[in-house]
Design a protein around this ligand. Structure first.
Ligand code: GFB
Length: 308
């Protein structure tokens, strides 16, 4: 793969930029990158033209319209439309243009809200989805199924990875559209520098979440691209979770904020828990390296350097 043409769709995002960092660190230089202004991935003819001209041999499909619980709950039509079009346009063009291998990225929200924990890949489509992100989940499930059926009917080597909640440098810190971890880093930091007496945590603080550092994810994706070629998707996580309250206390400590935490229960909790069973990934020979505390400290250092 090291001299091959590799297309990273979504290279400016949290995941895409980590994939580019990881590929370059491992000596892969023949990378094809397009911003959303250069290539509208919702436009099928533009995507077909791009693939016919560039003929990438490998594709990391990390482009998506993403967001936290509030964004998903507020803009479901955009989440289902954009993410379905992006997935279907790229996966179909990859098939038409003989891409050697494609890795599709989904999310742990594809699993049933009340799935048995930890969640195995086989639990997909065995129950109803979490309401707040069912639009995004259906788009991601469709992309995953498309890869499966293109492998089955056309023999395409298209694989899918389902990561748990991700965080890292170059994350989205906008308080309306971001995920919980970057949002809390920003909230605690701003409360500290402005001497505010309290920080508002959405929901009850009781849901459990698993968090994987995005550079560990990128390392796992390279590992899967090089070593995994099965029909079933692969969960990518770190195997342990904590409550939102415990996460908030950890971030409060890293930021060294001494005020109070209060809970806004008018905001949704979302799914009570979505801890992934990562035995398939571990059996393939990969384990994460970065602990949550180390990862949070690294993101806060980056935040101070880049956004303050
Ligand atoms: O990270 P998050 O937005 O997404 O929320 P999900 C996780 C939990 O943190 C929820 C709580 O219970 C939130 O109510 N929370 C507390 C906060 N304070 C905050 C805050 O200031 N901001 C945010 N955003 N949350 C997403 C899906 O679900 O998971 C996406 O909606 C995707 O589609 C992503 O799958 C991985 O983990 O609930």
């Amino acid at each position: 793969m090291n001299k091959s043409k590799i297309y990273i769709a979504g290279h400016n995002g949290l995941v895409g930029s980590a994939i580019v960092r990881t590929l370059r660190k491992n000596g892969y230089e023949n990378l094809i990158l397009r911003t959303s202004k250069e290539l509208d991935l919702c436009n099928q003819s533009a995507v077909n033209k791009f693939f016919a001209e560039e003929k990438p041999q490998y594709v990391f499909l990390a482009a998506a319209k993403v967001g936290g619980i509030h964004a998903n709950n507020t803009f479901p039509a955009e989440f289902i439309y954009n993410n379905t079009m992006i997935a279907f346009n790229i996966i179909h063009s990859a098939y038409l243009n003989g891409v050697k291998k494609l890795l599709f990225l989904g999310s742990s929200c594809i699993y049933p809200k009340m799935a048995q924990q930890p969640v195995k890949e086989e639990y997909l489509l065995t129950g109803t989805l979490e309401q707040t992100n069912e639009a995004y989940a259906i788009a991601k499930i469709s992309g995953l199924e498309l890869c499966k059926f293109y492998r089955r009917q056309y023999g395409c080597d298209f694989i899918s990875a389902m990561p748990t909640n991700l965080y890292g440098i170059n994350d989205n810190f906008d308080l309306n559209s971001s995920h919980v971890l970057p949002a809390l880093i920003r909230k605690f930091h701003e409360a500290k520098v402005n001497n505010l007496p309290e920080v508002v945590i959405w929901g009850t603080g009781t849901p459990l979440r698993e968090f994987l550092y995005v550079d560990d994810l990128a390392d796992a994706l390279l590992h899967l691209m090089l070593n995994y070629s099965e029909e079933i998707h692969v969960n990518v996580g770190m195997g342990e979770d904590l409550t939102i309250n415990e996460l908030a206390l950890m971030i409060k400590e890293v930021v060294t904020y001494n005020g109070k935490m209060i809970y806004d229960t008018s905001k949704p909790d979302g799914t009570p828990r979505k801890l992934l069973d990562v035995s398939r990934l571990h059996n393939s020979g990969w384990k994460h390296k970065t602990s949550l505390k180390e990862g949070i400290s690294e993101v806060y250092r980056w935040y101070l350097e880049h956004l303050f």
